[in-house]
Design a binder for this molecule. Structure first.
Ligand code: UDP
Ligand code: MG
Length: 334
């Protein structure tokens, strides 16, 4: 029987986790009966400060299909997805949110696209942004337009992180060890054949969104810096343009002086020009700084996440504590 790993990043989702589990189990029954596929449910507790981990452990006690990796602190959703892919054991892997914004009812169709239609991945995008503040939708649209102009990673507007893939594709993602992770860009960059499913936006079942406007803004900047080097050339273009303008101005002033004998004046316009130019210079230095800081972090080669607990480790420890040491019998035999 084939195995589907369901990877669920969860950060402060104590209310959503049990509801999510209840819904997913229903779909799991269907998958088993119709497609002969078993599931494992791999929760990644991203350093939650509420009882998310306790809720997951409770599920694990009654259902061994549930596994977990618990981070030592909040590393962010990107790190959680990476940990999920790395720790999953399935032939197929799907990542989905804990808040049921990613409808499990799509899973059978996604499996079918991969198994029967020969796609490597089944991805989803929402076609509406119902229930989202209009300002956020506006900036999101601008972001997708901008990043697609600037980078060669093909990033789809409205794409969710709800995506099923083969083991092979997951391995390709795991092989990208970059510290500054932007999963939407990574998917576009690695390629593979993807079938898209569309659905209307669903609002979360419980709890609240973890994304503030500024967090999203920073995420957008990270995405651009991570997948495009176009901003670095802005300084060059500005420089060329400014030099050209200066050249024209010099000729203009010389002609004015020689032909018309005007005394050169204009203190205030000089100050304006100086301010503008130094502003542009600072702006360009800031851009270089962004790239430099990312490079700095990458060169440290820090791990993408640190796991404090995993379901397997905990149980191995419990067994050892109760005297049932796994290696012991072997030792005696030798
Ligand atoms: N999440 C996470 N770490 C974080 C923030 C969010 O693991 O630092 C998880 C969260 O628990 C949820 C998913 O990522 O399962 C999506 O988060 P959310 O629903 O807040 O984002 P939205 O759907 O509003 O974009
Ligand atoms: Mg959500």
């Amino acid at each position: 029987m084939e195995l589907l790993s369901v990877v669920v990043p969860a950060y402060n989702e104590q209310e959503s986790v049990p509801i999510f589990y209840g819904e997913l189990v229903k779909t799991a029954e269907k998958l088993k009966a119709e497609d002969n596929i078993d599931i494992e449910l791999l929760f990644i507790d991203d350093g939650s400060k509420d009882n998310t981990l306790e809720e997951i452990m409770k599920l694990r006690q009654s259902d061994k299909r549930v596994r977990y990796v618990s981070f030592s602190r909040n590393f962010g959703k990107e790190a959680a997805i990476f940990a999920g892919l790395e720790n999953s054991r399935g032939d197929y892997i799907v990542t989905m949110d804990a808040d049921l914004q990613d409808p499990p009812a799509l899973l059978p169709q996604m499996i079918e696209a991969i198994k029967k239609e020969g796609f490597d991945s089944a991805a989803t995008r929402r076609v509406t942004r119902k229930g989202e503040p209009p300002v956020r939708s506006f900036f999101a649209r601008c972001f997708y337009k901008l990043i697609n102009r600037m980078s060669n990673a093909d990033i789809v507007d409205g794409a969710r992180d709800y995506r099923m893939m083969t083991k092979k594709m997951a391995d390709a993602i795991i092989s990208m060890k970059e510290y500054n992770r932007f999963t939407k860009g990574i998917y576009g960059w690695i390629g593979f054949k993807t079938r898209w499913f569309e659905y209307e936006n669903v609002e979360r079942v419980a709890g609240e969104t973890k994304w503030s406007f500024w967090k999203l803004f920073r995420y957008a900047i990270d995405g651009i810096v991570g997948f495009s080097t176009a901003p670095l050339s802005i300084a060059t273009y500005f420089g060329i343009f400014m030099a050209f303008v200066a050249f024209i101005l010099i000729i203009f002033i010389i002609v004015k002086k020689l032909v018309f004998g005007d005394p050169t004046s204009g203190w205030s316009s000089m100050v304006c020009i100086l301010l503008m130019l130094s502003g542009i210079q600072m702006f360009c230095m800031g851009i270089v700084g962004q790239y430099l800081s990312k490079t700095y972090l990458e060169t440290k080669r820090r791990p993408i996440y640190i796991a404090a607990k995993t379901s397997e480790d905990e149980e191995a420890r419990d067994r050892t504590a109760s005297g049932d040491i796994p290696g012991k019998t072997n030792l005696i035999k030798e």
